[in-house]
Design a protein around this ligand. Structure first.
Ligand SMILES: C[S@@+](CC[C@H](N)C(=O)[O-])C[C@H]1O[C@@H](n2cnc3c(N)ncnc32)[C@H](O)[C@@H]1O
Length: 226
């Protein structure tokens, strides 16, 4: 266990139906079991490609579109939300994709233990839980510790792409990332990246649809590792 670690997700202990259990079983080839020892990414996918890590994919609807849009990359998608994992397993099957694997585990431990340093060309974190109440802010996924782990997992010139609709969270992340000597702000601006700065590969997520319905601003933060 990591000392003083505060978990960023809500544990939902709802029982799975027989059908859901069946999907887990039948599609387990696309689940990568958590390991506390380094695994070799070259043994995971049939074809060696640049690897992208997605943290917190939710229902996985955008993840599948991204993996289809970028067949030249391999994707490791991490979440602990079992209904979302089942949905993504179904989507992988439906779309005949061989470039996505899912890890059902806390991403902090995955970043800490599971891969060799500098394994990923990109890390996507789209709409991390905002935990807007003051007393809950300590539960936010992005903090100085997770940024250190992200740096260790990213290759040189690799990118970190975070999206949020929570202005206060965006401000915090921008502040720590702009100060970090290992990162360069891709937008070249030190303020918020403009809304139109949305790369083609970033498809709208389920969470984002709701945020847009409430007319919330969306902030894309992209940082390149020096
Ligand atoms: C607000 S949802 C966004 C989901 C999706 N990216 C979207 O935009 O629709 C945040 C997701 O991050 C996941 N999450 C939060 N903390 C996590 C952690 N430490 N490890 C893995 N997943 C985590 C939650 O389970 C949830 O599915």
């Amino acid at each position: 266990m990591l000392k003083n670690y505060i978990c960023s997700f809500v544990k939902r202990s709802r029982k799975l139906s027989l059908n859901q259990k069946k999907i887990f079983f039948l599609e387990k080839k696309n689940i990568l079991p958590y390991s506390n020892k380094n695994i070799n990414l070259n043994n995971i996918f049939t074809k060696k490609k640049k690897n992208i890590l997605e943290i917190g994919f939710g229902k996985g609807e955008a993840s599948i579109k991204i993996a289809k849009f970028m067949p030249e990359k391999n994707f490791i998608c991490v979440d602990t939300y079992e209904k979302g994992i089942i949905n993504l397993l179904k989507l992988i099957k439906k779309n005949f994709l061989s470039n996505i694997k899912i890890i059902n585990y806390d991403a902090i431990y995955v970043l800490y233990n599971m891969f060799k340093f500098f394994s990923f060309f990109g890390i996507h974190i789209f709409f991390p839980d905002p935990w807007p109440k003051k007393k809950h802010k300590k539960r936010r996924f992005i903090n100085k510790f997770s940024i250190k782990l992200i740096i260790l997992n990213l290759k040189k010139k690799g990118y970190l792409h975070i999206v949020t609709d929570c202005e206060d969270y965006a401000n915090y992340m921008l502040k720590i990332l702009n100060k970090n000597i290992y990162f360069k702000n891709f937008s070249k601006e030190k303020s918020f990246i403009k809304e139109e700065f949305k790369p083609k590969y970033r498809f709208i997520t389920s969470y984002e649809k709701k945020a847009l319905n409430f007319k919330r601003k969306i902030f894309d933060l992209i940082f390149i590792k020096k």
